[in-house]
Every structure is written in structure tokens, then in C-alpha cells.
Design a protein around this ligand. Structure first.
Ligand code: BGC
Length: 788
């Protein structure tokens, strides 16, 4: 609040100053929404160059040497754009996301704290399949962005879960582009309704973290359009994001940030995007700046001093035309006039964290997925005391690592979560684990390698400890049930390994085995909570336990949210937005996914972030369009849990399915009645898949094209769900003509409760449709593509 006033005073004082560069001396216009051209004309070359280069940030030491850089406006924010007071152009502030506002929690010389709410991670939000709920979470995140003095939140994360080993899957939504686009659209609408912007990222194909700054993602144009870009396209068309962030990686030999094919031809020409594009935080700068700016990048982040000098030199030498630079400057100003800083918003630095904690508590329960519930183990009946196993029960993880982590005020662990609903935990086990967590946290702090700064961003996972059979027996004598939390942590700049990460460690397997054996012989139940941002192996141990709940990383209220589900206060209605395979290698993409990455062996920052791990700096997308269920379904491979799966404490029946073609709009209108036939109130997600007729283009067996979620249905209650599929959404990408193509014929409309449980199959005749688009981003060399 104070800062805005200072800026206003400063800019008023500075306004009468005259431009000194150029022959003519003129009074400087002050930026308004309707005089952008005038301001561009009045800018000196130096000012233009300054505007398209971010103001640096302090992580790597040196933001302050940037010409025109100002002192930190919001401490701990990811970056700033630079003010030009002479023209009334304020600095703007960009903060990470996406699971909440990522700023420094404390400030020197101030006793006030600036903690932000840790909301559920992207994967958990997507698994709600509830766009209203996601929009509401977006509103709360937008409100914190605004009230903490920021202009843009760097999210949503929209990359496709190509493979479960990607370290940043937790920030992303799904293996499916339709769900990704729908959830992202809701998030963006929610955030932007608060008068702040988003930066949807990472555009595009940032499907792995290993070598992320130099891996060439080699992918067919068809797969690019249908799988990796389609979610972005939907979000751009439907929610008009203020900004997009390009990815670090290359796509078919072109760096995303320097790809005119991607940033101009596809994004702006084909999709009509009219916002601003920024780079990801590019410390390395592999590309000549003129290539980036003319490709469609408008803002170089975080901004390095030499970049500004380089732009000036390039314009002077003719390598970059002033006309081209003006395009970027224009877009920057269009962005700036929308921001709270431009509007001098009087931010409070006091968002309503209590209200937002309630939003996170409720929204995360709706994203939790019940995978198993044998003999109605859940919700708890007559459970007053539990034996709580697994380190994460006591060190519950609210979110992932890296820029996607949030400085949260607290994380409710399972002990407190259960206590808050009147369930106690056995004393000895609680003491053992709590003492261990205290020790291990302290040790981690002391042993920390300063180069591993990503590990400091968020809550790294602590190692598990051995619990003896004698101890289990002792605890189970007084407990009514056992709860085991299996935790995983992953994050930016690191991918996951198969051993001890995707797969359980031998110690974890032993724990599940021993606890289950002892519990079952005493007639007691075992429940496993998965506290992870991504998928783990489950098929080898699920038979031993009675119930399994995927809690994801549900935000700061974690333990409370889990307790709400365990006790039945909330009936789980989340469904998987990604397949859970039997083994990691079952994904076809695993053969092209780096698997020898061990961050702990990397000695310094340089090799850590930029190291070329196996000497391979490309990834061939040989699976092509067969990502996720498109692969498992089409090639009839068994999975542990299919895409779209999730149980409830009640049961639903589907009836009266109908499909009609709306001749006027060419939309397929689908309706189905969902009835709750159980004894508990609950919500159900219905999914519409489409199976295309045989035609010129090979297609997956079926693809998701619509979904809808019921309201909370009371026992016996019904709701008619209505869904629409636009004709254009049936299109596949026809590379040979560079067009979207719907082939005429009878399309099957499959209405299911998950991708493997189809309740009704209908048919509709569809006419053909074509739409020519830019013929760009070709493969440099052919790939050995998987075909039916
Ligand atoms: C990440 C982005 C993030 C940016 C700013 C980059 O390293 O890839 O997702 O927004 O840093 O923190």
C-alpha cells in the first residue's frame, strides 16, 4: 500500500522531465489505456529496450545492477518489469504460482508476516473435475495476488503428463488435453476476475525436467497439435489469459522462446492470442535476442543487464528493426495498463487467509481419489484411535518443490487433522515419529547443500524409518485401525526415478506387509493414504490393505482435509486425470524418458540445472498421439487404475442417455440422468468419450470430449447432466494438409463413469469439417512412430 503511494509521488514528480535522446525535445506523454501508440512514439530506444527486459531478481545475486531496476517491491516475488517514471509506466510484479502466491513470508525490519495460502496442487484440482470449484480457487489465488501487491501469478501449469516420472507433474493437470484445457480455463477465469493476470506455462512440451533448458522434444506436428497444444488452445480461446510463459526446451529443433512458428503462427495467428509472451526464467540465454523478440517473445525474464545493451546495439546495427521492437513494446504497454500497479491499486497486504484456508480444506477433499474401499472400510465406523504409520503422517506434504511451492503459514499433519475430528493416535508411535521428524528436519537443514536451492523451496521428503513388528503389535493392541501414509516429493529441475520413488522402497513394502499382517490377524483394518503429487506403483501391494485414498498434496489444510474424508464429513468425488499403470515401464514413453537422474550427485548449480545427464539432449516422442489412456486403451494394456477412475461412499446409476445433433450450432448435445442409489450424499463425474469411425487418419480407441459433475446428490436424488461437444473438437490434425479434419460418419458417443466403465453407447452422424492452420514446426527427421 505504502509503496504504491511512493511510486505515484515519484512518477508525478518525474513526469515533467524531458527526453534527452533524439533531436526533438518534447513533453513526455503519460501512459493511459488509450494513448499507447503515442507513448511508444515518445520512448527512447533505451526505454524500449528497458521495458522488454525484466528487472532481474535476487536469486542469482544480481538484480540490482540492472539499469532502471527498482528496489524489491514485493519481497520474494519471482520477478518484475521495469518502471519508466518519465512516461508514467510503473513496475509490475510477477509472482509464482500456481498453487498459491509465492512471496517471502517475512521481511527485514517488519514484524508483519506475508504467508500465502497453500492451495491444492494442480493435479488435485484437476481431479475434482469441478470447473466451478477450480474457478473459485482461482479467485482466491487472484485475490492474494492482488492484495500482496502483485500483478501476475505465474500459472496455471499446463504441461501434459506424458510420463509419471516427470518431476513437475504435480503442477500440471492431466495426461489429457481436454481436461487440461477445461481446468486451466476455469483457473484463469477465476484469477483474472480479480483484476490480476495469469501467465499460463510452460508453452510448450515441457514434459521432463532433466535437461529442461536444452532438451529437444521431437514430436510430430499432429501430436503437438492434438496432445501438447490443444489444452493451451482451449484455454487461450476461452479465457483470454493476459500472458503466456514459453518453455525452456526446444521443439523439433526450435527453442520455444525463439520459435516464430509457435509464438506467432500458432499462438497469435491460428488461435488469436492478443496478450504478452514472456520467457521462462532464462539465465543461460542460448539465443540471440533479436530472434526471441521477432519470434513473438515480448519480455525476457528474469532480465539480465547485458540483454538491454544487446537490444540497443542490435537496433543500432540493423539486426533488429525498431518496427519489430515496437511490436513488443506495444504489447508490454497493453499488458501494463491492465495491471493493479498501473491502476495504483491500494493493496492491503492482508488477504483473508482464514477464509482461503476453508476454501483449500474443502476443495482438496473433492480432488482426493478413493481407489479402494473393501468392505466399506471407509468412512470410519467406531474408530476412536488409530495407529499412524509413515513419516508423512507426521510431516505431511502440502505441495511440491521448486518455484511451484508456497511459503505457507502452517501445514496440518495427520495427527492434528484426526485430533480435530475427535480421533486420537497411539502414543508410542506418535512419539517415535515426532521425535524423528524433529531430528531429521534439523539434520537436513544443517547438511543442506546451498547449491540445491530447489530443495529449499518447499518441504523435502524425509527418509522413512523402520518400525519393528514388536512395535506394530504393541500399538495395534490399543488402536482401532491402522493408517499408513506413503509420501512422495518431486519438483522443479528434477525428474523422478523408478526405484524408491515410483516404486515403493523395500522398507515401505515391509511396513505395509507387516502392518497389514498384524492388523488383519487382530480383525482390524488398514488404510493407506498416498500423499504425493504424482503416480506411484500400487498393483503389487494393494491387495494387502483395505482402503486406499490418494490425498495428493492437498495444500496447507492437508491433515484436516484427509480427516474429513476418512470420517465421511466429505464423500470423495475425485477421479483420476491420469492412468495409474501397473509398472512405470508400461507407459510407451518411458523408453524415451531419462531415468538416470539423481540430483544428490550433482555438485553445483551449473550441472544441477543445466547438466546434460546422459549425453542425450533430445526426447523422441515415439508414442506419438498414444499418450496416457490413448495408449493403454488402444493397445489393450492392463492398468492398475484407468483414467477417470474414482470411488465414492455411495453408488450411482446412469439412465436416459440421449444424444442429438444441434443443426444450427453443429454441436453434439449429450444428456444423461445420474441417480444416487446409495445411502450417502455424493457427487458423480460423468465422462463423454468419442470413438471415431474408420477413416483416413488413425485414431485412438476413444478420446475424452466432455465431462460434467453433479451437485451433491442426496440418496435417491437424480440430476440430468447436459454436455456439449463442438464439432471442431472431434477433429484430428491432418498433417498432410496442415488442417484440422473431422471426417464425416457415424461417431460413437460413450458415456462412462471412467474410461473403462462405459454405461451407455450412442451414435450420431457428423458431417465433415476442415480448418486450415499454419504449416509449421515440422520434425527435422522422421521418428519411429507407434502405430496400431
Ligand atoms: C520455472 C517457472 C517459474 C520461474 C520463476 C522457472 O525456473 O520453470 O515455472 O515460474 O522459474 O520462478
Amino acid at each position: 500500500m505504502r509503496r504504491s503511494r511512493i511510486f505515484l509521488y515519484f512518477s508525478l514528480m518525474a513526469a515533467p522531465l524531458l527526453a534527452t535522446e533524439g533531436a526533438a525535445v518534447q513533453i513526455a506523454p503519460q501512459l493511459r489505456a488509450d494513448n499507447i501508440d503515442e507513448v511508444v512514439n515518445a520512448m527512447t530506444l533505451e526505454e524500449k529496450a528497458r521495458l522488454v527486459v525484466g528487472g532481474g531478481n535476487k536469486s542469482f545475486g544480481d538484480g540490482t545492477t540492472m539499469v532502471g531496476n527498482q528496489k524489491k517491491i514485493v519481497s520474494g516475488a519471482a520477478g518484475v518489469t521495469v518502471a519508466i517514471p518519465r512516461l508514467g509506466i510503473p513496475a509490475t510484479v510477477l509472482t509464482d504460482g500456481p498453487a498459491g502466491v509465492r512471496i517471502g513470508p517475512t521481511r527485514e525490519g517488519s514484524s508483519q508476516t506475508y504467508y500465502a495460502t497453500g492451495f491444492p496442487i494442480g493435479t488435485c484440482l484437476a481431479c475434482t473435475w469441478n470447473t466451478d470449484l477450480v474457478e473459485n480457487v482461482g479467485k482466491a489465488i487472484g485475490n492474494e495476488t492482488l492484495e500482496y501487491g502483485c500483478d501476475v501469478v505465474l500459472g496455471p501449469g499446463m504441461n501434459i503428463h506424458r510420463n509419471p516420472l516427470c518431476g513437475r507433474n504435480f503442477e500440471y493437470y492431466s495426461e489429457d488435453p481436454f481436461v487440461t484445457g477445461a481446468i486451466a480455463t476455469a483457473y484463469v477465469k477465476g484469477v483474472q476476475s480479480q483484476g490480476v493476470g495469469v501467465s499460463s506455462k510452460h508453452f510448450a512440451v515441457n514434459s521432463q525436467e532433466t535437461d529442461r533448458t536444452k532438451v529437444d522434444e521431437r514430436v510430430s506436428p499432429r501430436t503437438l497439435r492434438e496432445i501438447y497444444l490443444r489444452g493451451f488452445e482451449k484455454m487461450v480461446r476461452e479465457s483470454k489469459p493476459w500472458t503466456l510463459m514459453s518453455s525452456y526446451n526446444l521443439i523439433n529443433g526450435q527453442f520455444a522462446m525463439g520459435s516464430k512458428d509457435l509464438l506467432t503462427d500458432i499462438l497469435r495467428k491460428d488461435w488469436g492470442f492478443d496478450g504478452m509472451v514472456m520467457t521462462d526464467w532464462d539465465w543461460r540465454v542460448y539465443l540471440p535476442i533479436n530472434e526471441e523478440l521477432t519470434a513473438g517473445t515480448d519480455l525476457l525474464m528474469p532480465g539480465l543487464p547485458f540483454q538491454m545493451d544487446s537490444i540497443i546495439a542490435m537496433v543500432k546495427s540493423g539486426k533488429l528493426s525498431m518496427k519489430d521492437l515496437d511490436v513488443n513494446v506495444h504489447r508490454m504497454l497493453q499488458f501494463i495498463v491492465r495491471t493493479p500497479h498501473f491502476k495504483n491499486y491500494n493493496y492491503s497486504e492482508k488477504p483473508d487467509l482464514k477464509a482461503h484456508a476453508q476454501i483449500t480444506r474443502q476443495s482438496s477433499t473433492e480432488g482426493m481419489v478413493l481407489l479402494k474401499n473393501a468392505n466399506e472400510t471407509l468412512p470410519f465406523q467406531n474408530v476412536k484411535k488409530v495407529a499412524l504409520f509413515g513419516v508423512n503422517s507426521y510431516d505431511f506434504s502440502s505441495g511440491g518443490l521448486g518455484s511451484g511451492s508456497v511459503n505457507v503459514p502452517y501445514v496440518v499433519d495427520m495427527v492434528d487433522g484426526l485430533k480435530n475430528v475427535g480421533i486420537s493416535t497411539t502414543q508410542t508411535l506418535t512419539d517415535i515419529y515426532k521425535s524423528y521428524v524433529k531430528y531429521a528436519r534439523f539434520k537436513l537443514k544443517v547438511d543442506k547443500n546451498p547449491a540445491m536451492w530447489f530443495l529449499d523451496n518447499g518441504q523435502p521428503k524425509l527418509d522413512e524409518i523402520e518400525i519393528t513388528e514388536r512395535c506394530i503389535q504393541h500399538e495395534m493392541a490399543e488402536a482401532d485401525a491402522a493408517v499408513i501414509t506413503i509420501g512422495r516429493q518431486a519438483g522443479e529441475a528434477m525428474d523422478r526415478s523408478i526405484e524408491n520413488d515410483f516404486n515403493l522402497s523395500p522398507l515401505e513394502q515391509r511396513l505395509i506387509h507387516n502392518v497389514s499382517g498384524i492388523c488383519h490377524s487382530a480383525g482390524k483394518r488398514v488404510i493407506v493414504i498416498i500423499n504425493s503429487g504424482s503416480v506411484i506403483e500400487i498393483a503389487s501391494w494393494r491387495e494387502f490393505v483395505d482402503a486406499i485414498l490418494v490425498a495428493w498434496q492437498p495444500g496447507e489444510e492437508g491433515g484436516n482435509s484427509v480427516a474429513d474424508v476418512l470420517t465421511g464429513k466429505a464423500n470423495p468425488s475425485g477421479k483420476l486425470t491420469m492412468t495409474w499403470p501397473i509398472a512405470a515401464v508400461d507407459h510407451y514413453s518411458t523408453r524415451n524418458f531419462p531415468q538416470e537422474y539423481d540430483i544428490y550427485t550433482y555438485k553445483n548449480m551449473e550441472t544441477y540445472i543445466y547438466g546434460n545427464i546422459k549425453g542425450i539432449d533430445y526426447s523422441n516422442h515415439e508414442e506419438d498421439i498414444y499418450v496416457g489412456y490413448r495408449y493403454f486403451d488402444t493397445f489393450k494394456r492392463q492398468v492398475a487404475y484407468p483414467f477417470g477412475f474414482g470411488l465414492s461412499y455411495t453408488n450411482f446409476v446412469y439412465s436416459k442417455s440421449e444424444v442429438t445433433l444441434n443443426k444450427k450450432t453443429s454441436e453434439i448435445e449429450v444428456s444423461v440422468v445420474v441417480t444416487n442409489i446409495g445411502k450417502t450424499a455424493g457427487k458423480e463425474v460423468a465422462q463423454v468419450y468419442v470413438k471415431a469411425p474408420e477413416g483416413k487418419l488413425e485414431k485412438p480407441t476413444k478420446e475424452l470430449k466432455a465431462f460434467a459433475k453433479t451437485k451433491l446428490l442426496q440418496p435417491g436424488e437424480s440430476e440430468t447432466l447436459r454436455m456439449r461437444v463442438a464439432q471442431r473438437d472431434l477433429a484430428s490434425f491432418d498433417e498432410s494438409n496442415s488442417q484440422w479434419l473431422v471426417e464425416a460418419g457415424a461417431y460413437q458417443i460413450l458415456i462412462g463413469s471412467n474410461s473403462a466403465d462405459i454405461k451407455a453407447t450412442l451414435s450420431v452422424n457428423v458431417s465433415s469439417y476442415t480448418e486450415k492452420v499454419s504449416d509449421v514446426l515440422h520434425l527435422k527427421e522422421p521418428l519411429n512412430l507407434l502405430r496400431k
